[in-house]
Design a protein around this ligand. Structure first.
Ligand code: NAD
Ligand code: DAU
Length: 352
């Protein structure tokens, strides 16, 4: 079996659902269930013996060591993290604790387990660390996209904490020989995305008749990757990646934020028009910029494509249409997340 951490979050849960849809190999899912963890996303697995959910912290060495000894996974895939840049600006402590100290503790638990494995299992074991393109810093308009060799220049507390975790993972390979794989991917979007992030926030605010907050001039560029393409890339890296290597994952979909927001508005105008006949785009509101806001990210995914044969299946146009349709069709899930912690966060961030 495999051990997945952070498997109740956006990408981790998509990964677990996709894994078990195409594979009989069981999953132990370790998640602390912070505000971003949502068991509702995994409810279709409630009676599935292949999915063992454990609430806990990646930094809890006793718990992680016990899980490893009990379940004897052939791989650990680490999605667990604090993931939201704006939250890291308001309060970096949890980011250092989980992303840096937590990853360190997880690596130590895994190293002890891996050291004790018999020869064949030891050679086959993998620790796959899921990271971000934000560790590379920001690009100017004419710069080449980030390749794996790009220097680390993180600019936010979030990206600095992820960069630190990547360095730890790298060091555990070089010093101890732990067979690690690291993936650095661009902005994911798709089903089950918590509505603090741009795309789900805009969809849900639009439908609720609220303003659509665009930071600064809205010309910051992100590369967008459909979450199921990302999950396929992780499966491919786990199966065929070379220990010690890093693989960039991207969708070849560079878009300015304002264009993303306008695209969502146009899709909603088509799929669920406003009663007054006006466009959802009239709800757009330019608000104060994010401090230290990175201007542009772009990913060169050619290493993963040429060495491991992965390619994204979705274009931005096909993926965003599926995503908007998913939110329209899954109002129960939406109601579940738009309560409690999420409302408190909106008032901290937007004063509403
Ligand atoms: P998310 O915030 O939606 O989910 C994170 C999950 O980790 C939650 O279920 C949370 O409960 C759990 N968690 C947090 N702290 C934990 C701890 N100490 N122990 C155990 N579980 C803990 O994040 P996501 O968007 O699914 O991102 C998953 C990973 O992918 C993260 O490492 C993130 O840095 C990385 N990443 C995300 C994106 C993106 O666009 N969302 C892009 C690149 C990389
Ligand atoms: O690049 C990968 C990263 O993508 C991941 O490592 C992070 O975990 C993930 O959260 C995401 O980070 P971003 O900061 O790029 O995502 P976010 O959805 O928060 O913002 C996307 C862009 O939209 C960014 O330029 C900020 C802008 N934005 C965001 C929000 C929430 C707005 O203009 N308005 C908003 O209300």
């Amino acid at each position: 079996m495999i051990l997945v951490t952070g498997g109740a979050g956006f990408i981790g849960a998509n990964f677990v659902l996709d894994w078990l849809a195409g594979n009989e190999e069981p999953v132990v899912n370790l998640d602390k269930l912070t505000y971003a963890g949502n068991l509702d996303t995994l409810k279709s697995l409630a009676d599935d013996a292949r999915h063992v959910f454990v609430r806990g912290d990646i930094g809890d060495r006793e718990l992680v060591s016990r899980l490893l000894a009990e379940h004897q996974p052939r791989a650990v895939i680490n999605f667990a993290a604090e993931s939201h840049v704006d939250r890291s600006i308001h309060g970096p402590d949890d980011f250092i604790q989980t992303n840096v100290v937590g990853t360190f503790n997880l690596l130590e638990s895994v190293r002890a387990y891996w050291t004790g494995l018999p020869g064949g299992e030891k050679a086959a074991f993998r620790f796959l660390h899921v990271s971000t393109d934000e560790v590379y810093g920001t690009l100017a308009a004419t710069d080449l996209p980030f390749a794996e060799t790009h220097p680390y220049e993180p600019n936010s507390p979030y990206s600095a904490s992820k960069a630190a975790s990547d360095h730890l993972v790298r060091a555990w390979h070089h010093t101890y020989g732990l067979p690690v794989l690291t993936t650095n991917c661009s902005n994911n979007y798709g089903p089950y995305h918590f509505p603090e992030k741009l795309i789900p926030l805009v969809i849900l605010n639009a439908l609720a008749g609220k303003t659509l907050p665009v930071y600064g001039d809205g010309q910051q560029i992100r590369d967008w990757l459909y979450v199921k393409d990302h999950c396929a890339a992780i499966r491919r890296v786990l199966a065929a990646g070379k220990p010690g290597e890093t693989y960039n994952v991207g969708g070849w979909n560079e878009k300015a934020n304002l264009d993303v927001v306008n695209t969502i508005c146009a899709l909603l105008d088509e799929l669920q028009p406003r009663a007054d006949g006006q466009s959802y785009a009239t709800q757009i509101s330019f608000v104060a910029d994010r401090p230290g806001h990175d201007r542009r990210y772009a990913i060169d995914a050619r290493k993963l494509e040429s060495e491991l044969g992965w390619k994204p299946a979705e274009t931005f146009e096909s993926g965003i249409r599926k995503t908007v349709a998913w939110y329209l069709a899954n109002q129960d899930w939406v109601q579940n997340v738009t309560s409690g912690a999420y409302r408190e966060w909106l008032s901290t961030q937007y004063g509403v």
